[in-house]
Design a protein around this ligand. Structure first.
Ligand code: PRP
Length: 211
C-alpha cells in the first residue's frame, strides 16, 4: 500500500486536480467526507488528510510514503529523512514582513531597532532578521497573525501573502519579501528504497503533471 499525506488547508483546491492528472481519483468527494483515510481508484493507494504542518511529520515517520507540503511548512520543519524531488507549482504565495501602514519599517531596519515579530514561522523570521543583524523577539502564533500589530502586541508580522486582501482589510502593508512559496512533493527516503517499484511510476506521473 502507498499512502499520500495531504492537508485540507490553503493548497487543497489546487492539489486535487494535480492528483487527478496523475491518475489518482478519490472514491468519495474529499471536500464533503470527514474521513481521514480516503480510498482511491487504485486499491494499492490511499490518501490521508492531516494538518498542513503535520504533513512532513507523517512522511518522516513513515505514516505516509509521500506528501504534498508548502515550502513554508518545510522550511520550518526541523526533521530529516525527507526527499523533496519536485516543486508542484501550486499554492504559490510569498512569505512577507508586514506591519501597520504607518509603521516606519525602513527607519527601524536602518536604526537596527529591536523588533517584536508575531508569526507562525519562527525559524524563517529568525533567519531573515539575523541576516540583517537585527534582534527580534518572536511571538509564536498559530493563526490570525494580522491581529498582533493591531492590538499593539507586535511591531511586525511574518506571514504568507497571496492576494494581499487580508493585509488590506486589516490596514496592514507588506514591507519586505522573505521568500517565494509553493508546494512540494516530499517522499520518505526509506520508502523510496523499499517501495521503489511502486513509487517510481507515481513520481514520474507527478513530474509530467508538474511540467
Ligand atoms: C493565509 C495567511 C493570511 C492569508 C493571506 O492564511 O496566513 O492570513 O492566507 O491570504 P491573502 O493575501 O490572499 O489575503 P490561511 O488561509 O492559509 O490560513 P491560516 O491562518 O490557517 O494560515
Amino acid at each position: 500500500m502507498i499512502t499520500i499525506a495531504l492537508s485540507k488547508g490553503r493548497i487543497f483546491e489546487e492539489t486535487m486536480p494535480i492528483l487527478n492528472k496523475a491518475g489518482i481519483f478519490c472514491d468519495e468527494d474529499p471536500e464533503k467526507s470527514r474521513k481521514l483515510v480516503l480510498t482511491t481508484n487504485n486499491k494499492d493507494l490511499q490518501l490521508i488528510i492531516v494538518r498542513a504542518s503535520d504533513v512532513p511529520t507523517y512522511v518522516e515517520w513513515g505514516g505516509a510514503d509521500m506528501g504534498i507540503a508548502g515550502k513554508d511548512v518545510l522550511d520550518e520543519y526541523q526533521g530529516i529523512g525527507l526527499y523533496q524531488p519536485l516543486d508542484l507549482g501550486i499554492g504559490k504565495c510569498q512569505l512577507m514582513v508586514a506591519a501597520q501602514k504607518e509603521f516606519d519599517y525602513k527607519g527601524s531596519i536602518k536604526r537596527k531597532t529591536r523588533l517584536r515579530v508575531a508569526t507562525k514561522y519562527p525559524q524563517a523570521a529568525r533567519k531573515f532578521f539575523s541576516n540583517k543583524g537585527i534582534h527580534i523577539d518572536v511571538i509564536k502564533l498559530y493563526g490570525s497573525m494580522e491581529l498582533a500589530p493591531i492590538v499593539g502586541m507586535s511591531d511586525v508580522i511574518v506571514d504568507l501573502v497571496s492576494s494581499g486582501k487580508t493585509l488590506e482589510a486589516n490596514n496592514l502593508k507588506a514591507f519586505e519579501k522573505i521568500s517565494d512559496i509553493s508546494s512540494r512533493l516530499i517522499i520518505n527516503e526509506a520508502a523510496l528504497k523499499i517501495k521503489r517499484e511502486q513509487l517510481k511510476p507515481l513520481i514520474e506521473n507527478f513530474v509530467k503533471v508538474a511540467l
